[in-house]
Design a protein around this ligand. Structure first.
Ligand code: SF4
Ligand code: SF4
Ligand code: SF4
Length: 561
């Protein structure tokens, strides 16, 4: 049967187009849809046995909110337990389609349905239609207006990219009326969660319920209820942001039992040298360590440098490589960006590789709980002892001569040839960069060297010196003392994704829980004040639905369990 608009249509599907809702009013500055006779109410994606999960309006010309629909779809898919590669493909395809609506149409909407075996996304718009579908599906062909090109869009990769990312693809377009794009991606549930633990010591007796740690945690792992902090271990990536945020020192890095270190090797991060002023290079920090810990110093600089070289080489096979320089990044990727685990460096972090070299019986100075976990990983027999770096500084400082008494500034640091290496730090920036990489929106680079602490490891909460001052000191240090033993050490097995964000092993149950969380969130006031002990209202709603917290903790709104 032919429909009444068959003459104008590019014959791929036979259904109509146009969004038909007053959707664009949601977006400031967006153009409002006209009501079309051919309302899409009957044209939304077919409801299958799964959950018709999400419906998001898209405003034509609304570049400011570009990516909102794909971002919301990503959050939902991660919660559903869909496998990470399917999530990534769905999000990239949806983002491309969403931007096409913003660039070309007056308005549109995204509807997504999630079933046990597939994600189906439909993007419909009220726009000019596509005059030549086969050219539009050719890479590099674009009709994007100048404004979009100036903003970096309109390279002519959108539709080809969507087709490449999806398992089924249907395009229905009518000149002067609009376009409907429907694609599906097959999914399989992720494997069951493993066992997780964190490396924090929580001291409830010191907690003042200030909620600073809850707000600081980048993975929403921290909770404070009844005056007592607790950590959701499956979400914690051992980054120490909570340690930094907690002024009363109710959260500390757990380093295990102190052990005697006679005759052993002390693995020391290079950042330790920068804590004492410029004389540290020349006036015997090694001696101070050896007299304070009865251990021979072994610095990690060499492992840092060899790792950089090895990762640049590895990038030719799998760019961008997400560097192992920061020990917390691999866990963060496995937890929040599981589709990116294939990009993780195949090498161990410098502290882990150096501890591996030093072997059983050595003492490792760690700057965060993630480094503690890495050091332990280097020796599963448990014969590597850890000591927090602030404890090392306390012990070593009295044995150090006064700063400035001896030695000159070092030569300027050498240029280490950082071509194609993108270095960034700070939890907020790191999260955004990984988000962009996952959604296919990051400019190409060979190696992504990311650090969760501001200023890199020099910004560790356990170091007292200003990270910019210690950076300057480091840059003036000669590179002559890099250990010849240092080499990049490969991980024994690749990092596996954590199914930490999943609400239930069963996707259908996960979707029902998601709907319940959504309903509960709407009852809560949306202040995101953390007074309930969770970082925001939607996380508290999740805690209620998953049985982690009682209802009634919100001082502003009554919620029944
Ligand atoms: S260590 Fe990091 S991820 Fe873990 S609870 Fe603290 S802030 Fe959150
Ligand atoms: S930061 Fe967290 S653990 Fe520390 S005092 Fe405040 S609420 Fe308690
Ligand atoms: S930047 Fe360094 S100190 Fe900070 S979390 Fe990463 S490894 Fe730990």
């Amino acid at each position: 049967m032919r429909s009444r608009n068959a003459r104008n249509r590019q014959p791929i599907d036979r259904r109509g187009s146009g969004c038909g809702d007053d959707c664009c009013a949601v977006f400031s500055g967006a153009r409002r849809c006209r009501e079309t006779a051919d309302s899409t109410r009957g044209n939304r994606p077919r409801r299958r046995s799964g959950v018709n999960a999400l419906s998001v309006p898209i405003g034509g010309g609304d570049f400011e909110h570009g990516g909102e629909a794909s971002r919301r779809l990503k959050a939902l898919l991660q919660r559903s337990g869909a496998d990470p590669s399917a999530v990534r493909r769905a999000v990239i395809a949806t983002y491309e389609a969403e931007m096409n609506v913003i660039i070309h149409a007056r308005c549109g909407r995204m509807d997504a349905a999630i079933d046990a075996d597939r994600i189906t996304v439909e993007i419909s718009d009220e726009g000019p239609g596509i005059p030549d579908v086969s050219r539009a599906l050719t890479e590099g062909w674009s009709t994007a207006p100048e404004k979009a090109r100036q903003l970096g869009f309109g390279a002519g990769l959108g539709l080809p990219n969507i087709r490449r990312m999806s398992d089924t693809f249907q395009l229905d377009t009518r000149i002067g009326q609009g376009t409907r794009l429907r694609f599906a991606i097959r999914v399989s549930p992720t494997s069951p969660e493993g066992y997780f633990r964190h490396h924090l010591r929580l001291r409830a007796e010191r907690c003042t319920s200030c909620m600073a740690c809850v707000i600081a945690c980048p993975t929403t792992a921290m909770r404070v209820r009844d005056g007592s902090p607790s950590v959701l271990a499956h979400l914690c990536v051992d980054c120490a942001e909570c340690v930094r945020a907690c002024r009363p020192k109710a959260i500390e890095v757990e380093v295990g039992e102190p052990v005697a270190a006679d005759g052993r090797i002390a693995v020391l991060p290079a950042e330790l040298r920068t804590q004492f002023g410029r004389c540290a290079e020349h006036c015997g920090i090694d001696d101070a360590v050896s007299s304070s810990f009865a251990a021979r110093a072994m610095w990690t600089d060499g492992w840092t440098e060899t790792l950089r070289d090895a990762e640049r080489e590895a990038a030719s096979e799998n760019a961008p490589v997400i560097s192992a320089q920061c020990s917390a990044i691999a866990d963060l990727v496995a937890t929040r960006f599981p589709s990116l685990v294939a990009n993780l460096s195949p090498f161990r972090s410098p502290i882990e590789a150096a501890a591996f070299e030093a072997g059983a019986g050595s003492l490792v100075a760690v700057m965060c709980p993630a480094q503690r976990a890495a050091a332990q990983n280097a020796d599963p027999t448990g014969l590597i002892a850890c000591v927090a770096i602030d404890e090392v500084i306390r012990k070593v400082r009295p044995a150090m001569p006064k700063a400035g008494n001896a030695g000159e500034d070092g030569e300027a640091g050498t240029d280490r040839g950082r071509d194609g290496v993108f270095v960034a730090w700070g939890a907020r920036h790191v999260l955004e960069i990984l988000d962009r990489l996952e959604d296919g929106r990051l400019d190409p680079c060979r190696v992504l060297e990311l650090y969760l602490c501001d200023g890199g490891c020099r910004g560790s909460p356990l170091l007292a010196e200003n990270p910019w001052i210690s950076s300057r000191r480091a840059s003036r240090r000669p590179n002559g003392d890099i250990s010849n033993d240092a080499k990049a050490v490969r991980r024994e097995s690749p990092v596996a994704p954590r199914a930490a964000l999943r609400l239930d092993p069963d996707m259908a149950v996960a979707m029902r829980k998601f709907a319940e969380i959504d309903r509960t969130t709407k009852i809560l006031p949306g202040r995101d004040c953390a007074q309930c002990g969770a970082p925001d209202c939607s996380t508290y709603a999740e805690d209620i639905v998953l049985g982690r917290a009682p209802a009634g903790q919100c001082p502003y709104r009554e919620v029944k369990s």
